[in-house]
Design a protein. Structure first.
Length: 288
């Protein structure tokens, strides 16, 4: 029976699938799995250039370290050119984007240095920066986010989101590449953390597991479609600590500097600086 089906009926099923998905016969098809593999490879190459002692595939003598980093940068640049060529409509932008991104790497690495410092100071269990790089899901997620955010700023489509979703898949930490996050950022434990696209986070902010910085609802246009590009997620000030399970929603919600938000708090309104908000039975209490 299966042989008869393969001979007589399989073409009809294939045609039906192509019709539903509206493939243009004149369009080159880029396999999604192949694209995903190249995105992962781009992350590996870029982070190997930034941290060869952590991510490089083999050990290198320090005498040749400059050449090793240069080789990783070259491979990453070529792959990014290929990815951008597949994803951008105008090939003229590719060189500008690749050069701008690569030139940003030292600055990104410097910011990640502050994130490692925040993890070391914020977690008594941390013994070294190398441990943070190798064993902490927060560094995995934040390092990929910072790379993806730069590509988001350069208006590269799809690629930044694929990068942060790869980090989400591996760590359980979901940071949209459009979020703006300051220096000395630390996520302790991390599982279940969500940071939305239009969220703005200041310096020296610490989140615990299960924190959601999300949207209250979606504004719709006259056709009922969600309106894109508006601020939907909260603003978190400098020096804020948000404990496990807290949910903070809304584009007009501002958490002032040096606030402490306790576990399981649900917030949809702004909080003054230096406030302590905690959950108490059926109410949230705010103390200055």
């Amino acid at each position: 029976m299966i042989n008869d089906w393969l001979r007589d009926d399989i073409d009809a099923v294939a045609s039906g699938l192509l019709q539903i998905n509206e493939h243009d016969e004149n369009t080159d098809v880029v396999g999604a799995s192949g694209l995903k593999r190249r995105v992962v490879r781009f992350i590996e190459l870029t982070r190997s250039a930034m941290y060869p002692e952590i991510y490089a595939q083999r050990r290198y003598n320090s005498t040749f370290l400059h050449a090793v980093v240069r080789d990783y940068l070259q491979q990453a640049s070529i792959l990014l050119c290929e990815l951008c060529a597949d994803l951008l409509e105008d090939d003229k932008d590719v060189s500008r984007i690749v050069c701008s991104f690569m030139e940003s790497l030292p600055k990104i690495a410097a910011v990640l240095k502050t994130d490692m410092r925040a993890a070391y100071l914020g977690d008594p269990a941390a013994r070294s920066e190398q441990e943070i790089q190798l064993a902490y899901p927060a560094f995995e997620a934040i390092s990929i986010y910072r790379l993806a955010h730069r590509l988001f700023e350069l208006q590269v489509p799809l690629l930044p989101r694929m990068m942060t979703e790869y980090a989400h898949q591996n760590t359980g930490i979901d940071i949209h590449p459009g979020a703006t996050i300051g220096e000395y950022f630390f996520i302790d434990h991390g599982t279940g953390v969500v940071v939305g696209e239009t969220c703005v986070i200041g310096n020296n902010v610490k989140l615990y597991q299960g924190v959601t910085l999300g949207a209250k609802s979606f504004d719709a246009d006259e056709n009922g479609n969600p309106i894109k590009g508006i601020k939907r997620h909260p603003q978190i000030g400098n020096g804020v600590v948000i404990y496990a399970g807290a949910t903070i929603l809304g584009g007009d919600t501002i958490i002032g500097d040096d606030c402490i938000i306790g576990s399981n708090v649900w917030l949809t309104k702004s909080v003054e600086p230096r406030s302590f908000v905690y959950y108490n039975a059926s109410i949230s209490v705010c103390k200055h």
